[in-house]
Structure formats: structure tokens, C-alpha cells
Write a protein that binds this ligand. Structure first.
Ligand code: C2E
Ligand code: CA
Ligand code: CA
Length: 763
């Protein structure tokens, strides 16, 4: 069968673009967004943490400065110290106990100085040791002296956070949040002292009681404290604020990448170094912790994705190939619905559709035509060689006519041995005749089936649709009528529909029905008899019985029209018996005359056939030796035991056997050696060619020679002309039959035939 399905696009070609890419992009997109999100969260939480740590360090420094002032306030704003300072030479022991020692021991002030109103040092305690006050103060460093100078400056420097100088003393809250009484006047800041960062606070020594203050508004001197932001400060900073690796560095260049630094700015605005620590970065920590998990998750996702894609790919592939299969089987079903499975040609449904299409939309230039083709003698091939052989022959014939359809014609098989060709355009008589000739030649050329060469023929009916309004049913009917006409005129030919043919038409169903009736009642059936004449003398040697059906409406119908129907319906058995019974009766009425009776291969299928013939012969009292049974090669070819046995039995009973239509079937003389017959009848298709371009006279001579060599008598049928007659006589034919001598005539006319003696004229 021809395959018309387009193969589907290979599924794998579209899969990556349609599935893999979107999934990969989605996964990568999600992974990327998540990673960025985590990264940014980590970064901002690091930034927040760092910010907080910076504020903590700054607060610690602020606090250490402010605490210095706060500690001082307890003694600087105090009547007893004021009184002691007022005295001019303070008692060192008292100062140690209540001021210097107390600040050093209780609050860790590294250096404590007392300065009098004139700026001279009165007391100096450095790291808990007394120093000569004046010398110590002089070497206390610029920062300390500047703080004191600023404390007494007529116009205080603006904007110092830790300072509480006279006119700004209203504010009581220091940067570290420490609350100070308004009368604690001080200048406090960070500074480098002996190359070390230190908090310095200088505070005026004033009375705390109102009456003393009222009496003496001036400060009695100044107390200066220095506390180094050294190891103890840094340790405490680390401990209190949970900072790791806290250290001081004078220059920023040695800050390592994993450290953060807070610059310390001195009173004069210059850098005095930096506090450095290893910041605790929760985001980085989280990232560090999360990274392997995230990478593992990403890998798992990728693995999952690959697995997903693969299983998706597999199921997509399966789905698509299932779809492709479906499409293929759909196309096959479509093909089957409109094509004949055996030959691959269009089927009847398709032909109908094409005819409708042509008649409605497109009878092309030159008109359209429908050609119906019926194979002659095909049934015999089927009956004798079997269906497989019949199918082979049909396929070969289909291939041959398909090859003839080169100009848009559509070849179809309508069923059985019926074919059709639709010519949608250019169907003028010349083209049609040429195509019909080609189809006939295609049918006549031998078919190679089961190692035998088989000869058949074809009958063709043509109906044209040249512009007249005609529908499909009418077109088919006309082609059918023309086909019947061809068959009625001896087959193996073609015939165009003509209006006059209409009345000849009989539907097949009604033929079958009425034939049945006729056989049952015997009404309407008659026998005509065609003489066989001796070649040399032209004297009648016998009569071939040919059945006729006188139809009440349609008149005389030839056997070519109804014998095939009788064979197919099985009516041939009772019909054959009727003919034989009539012929037996004739032998009694016509003593001395031999009769020939045609038998159908279908009759041989029944094993009781011979005994039934015998019963008829006995019943009618006829002599079998006066009856010649004409069989066709198909009966012999079947080579089956029933036919062989039947034939032998018939000869044993005394019947003669003639091989009819010789040369048209299988032309195998080998069969003649296996099955004995008495006569061969050369088919009239050979005789017809005598003197024609396609002359078969050589074949005729060969058949006659072979027949005689096998001791058979040879008859030539279909002799119509004197020329044919003379040739056949010269070729050595024994008996002749044909219109040249007489047509088949009713019994009533036989008397005349015999009376006239040897027939030399055309009847
Ligand atoms: P067939 O046995 O070959 O019979 C000869 C046919 O050729 C007859 O046609 C006869 O009228 C025709 N014929 C005779 N001479 C000529 C001639 O010169 N030119 C032409 N063109 N035709 C000629 P018919 O009577 O129409 O019979 C056709 C066929 O029907 C017979 O072919 C035979 O096969 C079959 N047939 C006829 N009667 C019977 C019958 O009783 N039983 C069976 N089974 N078949 C029969
Ligand atoms: Ca015959
Ligand atoms: Ca014949």
C-alpha cells in the first residue's frame, strides 16, 4: 500500500527550546535571585552590625571622657577642696585621701594635677606617685595646658561636645548620657599625651554651697585628670562590648582587611590614631555558614532539574511518538477509507467523490468521461487458480492501468474485476479511443501468475460528460450500459454510450430474479443451434446448442449477459441441466446429428456433476456419444482431483469433450496431455485477425499442427469471411463454425439448413 503520511518533525528537535531552556532559565533565575537576596541581606546586616559596633566604640570613648569629668565633679565642686585651695598650700595628705589618691585608686585616673589660680602646679600624682607639682605640670604636655587655657578663655571655643564651660552650662547632658550639675565647669577631650591617646579633663574647683559661691564667685583653681586609653581601657572596651581584637594604632596603614578602625580626632582636629577591632559580621557569618548549604541546594536543584528534564523529555518523546503513530494510523485509516487495499487504487467512494467534484466544479477542456472496465474471463481464473492468483492478476492489471493515467486521470477499482478510469478533462473521442486501446492492450498482455502466463481481456464502456448537465449516477449508469453493450458484442472491446442503448438496460438484480423464475418454469428460455461444418465439404457435422432468453419486456437476451450472473448466483447448475435435458430431447428428434453443449467451470465444482448428467441422459434415453461437452481451459487448469475425475468419468460414459475458446486462457498444451479431450476449438479472437494487421495466423497454424500431433480434431470458430474460410481450410482445420456458414438459429429453422445441404454462402 502506498504511504502518504508525512513523518512528524523529530520531537527531540523542538524539546530543548520549548522545555529545557525555560526550566533552566527559571531555575537559574530563582537561584540567582535567592543568592542575591541572601547576599544583600548579609551585607546589610553586616552594615547594621558594624554601625552598631562603631557607635559602641564611640560611646565607650565618649563615656571614658565624660566619666573623667564626672569623677572630677565629685571633688571639684566641693566646699572642702575649694577651702583647701583657697588656703594656698594644700595639705598633700588630705589631697591624697580626698582628691588625687581617691581619683587614681577609685577611678583609674592616671595623672591628677591641681593648679592654682595663677596656673602653677600645686599637686601632681602620676600613676599613683607624687611628683614635684610645678615641674610635673610644666611637662604635662600641651594638650593638658591648652585644656586649662581654654577653660579660662574669655570666649570659649564653640562646639565641643564634652566641654561644660560657663555660658553653655545650661545643658547638663553629656554625649555619653552622663548627667552633670550645671556648676561643674570643665573642658574635656581626647588628645595625644606622650604619644598615647588619652582623655583629658580640666575642671574648675568651685564651692558647692550657695553661700560660699555667693561670697566668692571665682574658681579656687583647676583639677586636671588624664586617663590613657591604654590596655586597661581597650580590655574593658573589649569586655563590655564583646569586641574581639581591640587595639590602638597611630596610623591606619596597618589595619588588616578583616579589621575595622575608628579614627580618634583630637582637640585641634588632627587624627590621634585609631581604635581597631575585628568586627563581628553576622551576615558574613551567615553567608559562610549558608554557602555550602546553598551550593549543595543549588546542586540538588540542578540534579533535580536534569532529572526532571530527562523524564519530561522521555514522556514528551513518548507522547510525541504516540501522536505521530496516531497521525500515521489516522492517515492510514484515511487512505484505507478511500483506497482499495489490494491494488492501492482509489476505491468506489473516492471515485464517486472525484466524479462529483469533476461534474460540479471542473469539467476541463474537451469534456470529462468515465471509463468502466470489466475483465473478461477473470472469474475463471479465480474459480480455477484460487483467490490468491486472482488477487495477483488484479494487482498487476491495476499497476498497468495506473501507469496509463499520466494526464490527471484517476484509476479506481470498484470491486471484483471491475475497474474505472475517470478522465476529468481532454476527453475527446481521439484521446478516449487511444486510452481504451491502451487499457485493452494492458488487459490482453499476459499476466504472470503462479508461474503461468494467463491471458484475459477486458470489456470497456465509456460515457462522456461533455458540458451537458449530468449527475454522477447518470454518468455511471451510462458507462454501465455501454459496458453491457461491449459484453454483448463479444467482449474484449470498448463501446461508447449512445442514447439508443437505454432500453437495453436491465438491472443485475432483476436479471437474477427473473432468470431464476425462467429456469424454474422453463418459460422464456430457448436453445438456438449453430452448425459446425466440415472444412473440406462444408457439410454440417454438428450443432452447438446456445442458450437464449426471451425476456417478456427486453426481448432476446444473449448468454454473455446472463451466463456470468447465473454462474455467480449458482443458477448455472439448474440452467445447465435444463440445456442438457433439451439437447438430449433434440438428439431423439434429430437422429444422426451430433450436438455440442457448453459447460461452465462452476458446474465442475460439484462432485456429483457426472452422475447427474448420467441421470439426465438415462432419463431421456439419449446416447452420450452424440453429445460433445464444451469445456474451457479453466476447468483443466484447476488441476484438482474433482474436475479431473469428473472429466474422466464423462469420457468413460461416452461423452466427447471439446476444449472451447482455445488459446485465450492459459494456452498450456501440457494440460492436454494430462486430461484427454477430443477436440479443440480455436477461439474466434484468433480467427478474427486473419488478414488483419495483428495477424495471428501463425498461431492458428501452430495450434492446428499441435492438435493434430496430439490426435485431436480442430475446430475454428467465428469464421465470418471467405478469406478466413479459405485460410483455415488450407491450414488443415477439421471443422469450421461461424456466421460465414450460419448464425445460431431456432430449431424450426434447422430443417431449411439441412435441406440446403453443404453451406457455401453467408447465412
Ligand atoms: P461460445 O461457446 O464461444 O459460443 C459461440 C459464440 O459465438 C455464440 O455466441 C455464437 O453466436 C457466436 N458466434 C458464432 N459465430 C460467430 C461469428 O462468426 N462471429 C461472431 N462474432 N460470433 C459468432 P452466444 O450464443 O452469444 O454465446 C456466447 C457464449 O455464451 C458462448 O460462447 C458460451 O460460452 C456461452 N453459452 C451459450 N450457451 C451456453 C450454455 O447453454 N451453457 C453455458 N454454460 N454457456 C453457454
Ligand atoms: Ca461453445
Ligand atoms: Ca467458443
Amino acid at each position: 500500500m502506498r504511504q502518504t503520511t508525512d513523518l512528524p518533525v523529530r520531537p527531540s528537535a523542538r524539546f530543548p527550546a520549548r522545555v529545557v531552556l525555560p526550566i533552566a532559565l527559571a531555575v537559574l533565575g530563582i537561584a540567582g535571585t535567592l543568592s542575591l537576596d541572601i547576599f544583600w541581606s548579609a551585607r546589610s546586616s553586616d552594615a547594621i552590625a558594624l554601625n552598631r559596633q562603631i557607635r559602641m566604640v564611640r560611646h565607650a570613648i565618649d563615656a571614658s571622657i565624660d566619666q573623667l569629668s564626672q569623677n572630677q565633679e565629685a571633688v571639684a565642686v566641693w566646699d572642702p577642696l575649694f577651702a583647701e585651695m583657697e588656703r594656698g598650700a594644700p595639705d598633700v595628705r588630705w589631697i591624697d585621701d580626698n582628691v588625687g589618691g581617691w581619683l587614681h585608686n577609685s577611678f583609674g585616673h592616671d595623672r591628677v594635677y591641681l593648679i592654682d589660680r595663677g596656673g602653677r602646679g600645686l599637686y601632681a600624682l602620676l600613676d599613683g606617685r607624687h611628683m614635684a607639682p610645678e615641674a610635673a605640670w610644666r611637662s604635662a604636655g600641651n594638650a593638658a595646658r591648652e585644656a586649662v587655657a581654654e577653660l579660662y578663655a574669655p570666649v570659649p571655643k564653640p562646639g565641643h561636645l564634652h566641654d561644660r564651660v560657663a555660658d553653655r552650662a545650661r545643658t547638663t547632658l553629656l554625649p555619653s548620657g552622663i548627667r552633670m550639675p550645671p556648676n561643674a565647669i570643665h573642658v574635656s577631650h581626647l588628645a595625644l599625651v606622650d604619644g598615647q591617646p588619652a582623655a583629658i579633663s580640666a575642671m574648675k574647683i568651685v564651692p558647692n554651697s550657695a553661700e560660699l559661691r555667693a561670697r566668692n564667685g571665682e574658681a579656687a583653681g583647676t583639677i586636671v585628670s588624664i586617663r590613657f586609653l591604654g590596655k586597661s581601657f581597650l580590655d574593658e572596651l573589649s569586655r563590655r562590648n564583646l569586641l574581639a581584637g581591640v587595639r590602638f594604632t597611630p596610623n591606619l596603614s596597618d589595619v588588616r582587611p578583616d579589621e575595622r578602625a575608628l579614627s580618634l580626632i583630637g582637640e585641634d582636629g588632627t587624627s590621634i590614631g585609631s581604635i581597631v577591632w575585628k568586627p563581628e559580621l553576622p551576615g558574613a557569618f551567615v553567608l559562610e555558614q549558608a554557602a555550602p548549604v546553598a551550593v549543595a541546594a543549588l546542586l540538588m536543584m540542578i540534579v533535580l532539574m536534569v532529572w526532571l528534564i530527562r523524564s519530561l523529555s522521555r514522556s514528551t518523546h513518548k507522547l510525541e511518538s504516540a501522536m505521530a503513530e496516531l497521525r500515521t494510523s489516522e492517515a492510514q485509516a484515511q487512505h484505507l477509507a478511500f483506497h482499495d487495499p489490494l491494488t492501492g487504487l482509489a476505491n468506489r467512494a473516492m471515485l464517486h467523490a472525484k466524479i462529483d467534484q469533476t461534474l460540479h466544479h471542473g469539467i476541463g477542456d474537451g469534456g470529462a468521461a468515465l471509463i468502466l472496465i470489466d475483465l473478461d474471463r477473470f472469474k475463471r481464473v479465480n474459480d480455477t487458480l484460487g483467490h490468491a492468483a486472482g488477487d495477483m492478476l488484479l494487482s498487476q492489471f491495476a499497476a498497468r492501468i495506473a501507469q496509463l493515467c499520466t494526464r490527471g486521470e484517476i484509476a479506481a477499482r470498484l470491486g471484483g474485476d471491475e475497474f474505472a478510469i475517470l478522465m476529468p478533462r481532454g476527453a475527446d473521442h481521439v484521446a478516449l479511443r487511444s486510452l481504451c486501446q491502451q487499457v485493452l492492450a494492458a488487459a490482453r498482455a499476459p499476466f504472470d501468475v503462479s508461474h503461468s502466463l494467463i491471458h484475459i481481456g477486458a470489456s470497456i464502456g465509456v460515457a462522456c460528460a461533455d458540458g451537458i448537465s449530468i449527475d454522477r449516477i447518470e454518468l455511471m449508469r451510462r458507462a454501465d450500459i455501454a459496458l453491457f453493450r461491449t459484453k454483448g458484442h463479444g467482449k474484449n472491446n470498448y463501446c461508447f454510450f449512445e442514447g439508443a442503448m437505454d432500453e437495453l438496460v436491465l438491472s443485475r438484480a432483476s436479471i437474477e430474479d427473473e432468470l431464476h423464475q425462467a429456469i424454474r418454469t422453463g418459460i422464456g428460455l430457448t436453445l438456438h443451434f449453430q452448425p459446425l461444418v466440415a472444412a473440406k465439404s462444408s457439410a454440417i457435422t454438428g450443432l452447438e446448442a446456445l442458450v437464449r432468453w426471451n425476456h417478456p419486456e427486453h426481448g432476446l437476451i444473449g448468454p454473455d449477459r446472463f451466463i456470468p450472473i447465473a454462474e455467480e448466483s449458482g443458477l448455472i447448475v439448474p440452467l445447465g441441466e435444463w440445456v442438457l435435458r433439451e439437447v438430449c430431447a433434440m438428439t431423439r428428434r434429430w437422429p444422426g446429428v451430433g450436438f455440442a453443449v457448453n459447460l461452465s467451470p462452476v458446474q465442475f465444482l460439484d462432485s456429483s456433476f457426472a452422475s447427474r448428467l448420467l441421470a439426465i441422459v438415462e432419463e431421456t434415453g439419449a446416447d452420450p456419444s452424440r453429445i460433445e461437452l464444451e469445456i474451457t481451459e479453466g476447468v483443466l487448469l484447476a488441476d484438482d482431483e474433482v474436475a479431473g475425475a469428473t472429466l474422466a468419468e464423462l469420457r468413460r460414459l461416452g461423452f466427447h469433450i471439446a476444449l472451447d475458446d482455445f488459446g485465450t486462457g492459459y494456452s498450456s498444451l501440457g494440460y492436454l496431455q494430462r486430461f484427454r479431450v477430443d477436440r479443440i476449438k480455436i477461439d474466434r479472437s484468433f480467427v478474427r485477425t486473419i488478414g488483419q494487421p495483428e495477424d495471428a495466423s501463425a498461431i492458428i497454424v501452430a495450434i492446428i499442427t499441435l492438435g493434430h500431433a496430439m490426435n485431436l480434431r480442430v475446430t475454428a470458430e467465428g469464421v465470418e469471411t471467405d478469406m478466413q474460410h479459405r485460410f483455415l481450410v488450407a491450414a488443415g482445420c477439421d471443422t469450421l463454425q461461424g456466421y460465414h456458414y450460419s448464425r445460431a438459429v431456432p430449431e424450426a429453422e434447422l430443417v431449411d439448413l439441412f435441406r440446403d445441404g453443404p453451406i457455401t454462402q453467408v447465412a
